[in-house]
Design a protein around this ligand. Structure first.
Ligand SMILES: Cc1cc2nc3c(=O)[nH]c(=O)nc-3n(C[C@H](O)[C@H](O)[C@H](O)COP(=O)(O)O)c2cc1C
Length: 194
C-alpha cells in the first residue's frame, strides 16, 4: 500500500516567512508519519494578477497549470496562510483563482484531494481570520473537502526553535492533530485504506 501524497505550501514567498516555516515543519513531520509529503513554494509558480482580458488573450499561465497538476495528483493538501488585513494574502488568492480557471479532464485539483489549513502570524490571533477566509474560498468557492482540524501559530516570530520545531506544546498538538487527520482522511478518500 503506498503512502498518501500530501502537497504542502505556504501563501508567502518572503525570505524567513513564518508560514513557509510552518509548511516546511509540516512536511518534515509528515515524512515520519506514513505519508509522502511534497513541499512546494509559490515562488516556483509565478503568475500575473488575474485579469479576464489577459486570460482571454493568452489563456491560463503555464505555472497555474503546473500547480493544478500538482494538486490534482495529491491525495491531500496542506496550505499555510499568513494574514493580510484580516484576510488572505493576494499571492495565495491569486494562485487559487488562476488554478480554478484551468480546464482539464485529468483529475480534479479541488474535489480530488482532502484539504487542511494552517496559519501563522506574529500577532496573538495566529492568522485565524485568514484561515477562515481560506476555508470559505476552498469549501464554498472551490468545493473542496476541508478538515475541521487546523493549526494556528500565534506569536510566530518567537514560535520556532533553532531546529525549526514549534516551542509551544499547544501549537505542537494542533499541528500533530491536523496532520494526523489529513493523512488518515487522504488515505481513506483515495482508497489507500479501507
Ligand atoms: C499588507 C499586510 C497586512 C497585514 N495584516 C495583518 C493582519 O491583519 N493580521 C496579522 O496578524 N498580521 C498582519 N500582517 C503581518 C503579517 O502577519 C506578517 O508580516 C507575517 O510575517 C507575514 O507572513 P509570513 O511571515 O509568512 O511572510 C500584515 C502584513 C502585511 C504586509
Amino acid at each position: 500500500m503506498r503512502a498518501p501524497k500530501i502537497v504542502t505550501f505556504a501563501g508567502s514567498i518572503r525570505t524567513g516567512s513564518y508560514s513557509a516555516s510552518l509548511a516546511a515543519l509540516a512536511a518534515r513531520d509528515m515524512a515520519l508519519m506514513n505519508a509522502e509529503p511534497v513541499l512546494l513554494s509559490l515562488a516556483d509558480y509565478p503568475m500575473p494578477i488575474y485579469d479576464g482580458d489577459l486570460e482571454a488573450a493568452e489563456g491560463v499561465p503555464a505555472p497555474a497549470r503546473q500547480l493544478r497538476d500538482q494538486l490534482a495528483s495529491a491525495d491531500g493538501v496542506f496550505i499555510v496562510t499568513p494574514e493580510y488585513n484580516a484576510g488572505l494574502p493576494p499571492l495565495l488568492k491569486n494562485a487559487l483563482d488562476w488554478v480554478s480557471r484551468v480546464k482539464s479532464t485529468e483529475g480534479d485539483a479541488f474535489k480530488g484531494p482532502v484539504y487542511a489549513i494552517g496559519s501563522s502570524s506574529p500577532g496573538a490571533l495566529g492568522g485565524y481570520r485568514a484561515a477562515m477566509m481560506l476555508r470559505q474560498t476552498l469549501a464554498l468557492g472551490l468545493g473542496c473537502l476541508v478538515l475541521a482540524e487546523q493549526a494556528m501559530v500565534p506569536g510566530a516570530g518567537q514560535a520556532f526553535d533553532d531546529q525549526g520545531g514549534l516551542k509551544e506544546e499547544r501549537s505542537q498538538r494542533q499541528l500533530r492533530a491536523v496532520l494526523t487527520a489529513l493523512i488518515d482522511q487522504s488515505a481513506l478518500r483515495t482508497g489507500l485504506r479501507a
